[in-house]
Design a protein around this ligand. Structure first.
Ligand code: UDP
Ligand code: MG
Length: 159
């Protein structure tokens, strides 16, 4: 049985961000609860109002898309909740919890399927690959994240 002081097992990490509409609509607790209930471990969280430059870098891969200016305006319109979540398969698993990008295609039971309607107001971001997750974590948490062992570790993982 792991103790609170045991060195944490290194597991996959993802970057999850509750978007300005999620914050404004009071969905922060609801979204966090879904990640907690699944068994993922939180490693970092902060409420921030990012600059345009910071958000443009986060979405740099999309800079040639028609929706990019609107996306940046939306994403800098208010505070976001930036988080790091840890767990086996958490990058893909986090995307499952989020649901499809377009809420019209997101399954009921997913965050987007249950909580939003418009692709331009889809309440939450999740990294799409392990490599982009690590890049996004470094971008949003240059100060580093918490290393800790959850008392639930041996109840979430067989080994
Ligand atoms: N987006 C949009 N219109 C589109 C496609 C995407 O406004 O046609 C926004 C939407 O908020 C989405 C974000 O741009 O979450 C990033 O797009 P991406 O394709 O990376 O989707 P995600 O990874 O967020 O599911
Ligand atoms: Mg994406």
């Amino acid at each position: 049985m792991a103790s609170a002081s045991a060195a944490p097992v290194a597991r996959e990490r993802t970057y999850i961000m509750i978007k300005p509409d999620g914050v404004q609509r009071g969905l922060v607790g609801e979204i966090i609860a879904r990640f907690e209930r699944k068994g993922y471990k939180m490693a970092a969280m902060k409420l921030v109002k990012p600059s345009t430059e910071h958000m443009e870098e986060h979405y740099a891969d999309l800079k040639d898309k028609k929706f990019f200016p609107g996306l940046i305006k939306y994403m800098t319109s208010g505070p976001v909740v930036a988080m790091v979540w840890v767990g086996d398969g958490v990058v893909a698993g986090g995307r499952v919890l989020l649901g499809a990008t377009k809420p019209s295609e997101s399954a009921p039971g997913t965050i987007r399927g249950d909580l939003c309607i418009d692709v331009g107001r889809n309440v939450c971001h999740g990294s799409d690959a392990v490599e982009s997750a690590e890049k996004e974590i470094a971008h949003w948490f240059p100060e580093g994240v918490a290393e800790w062992t959850s008392h639930s570790e041996s109840w979430v993982y067989e080994a």
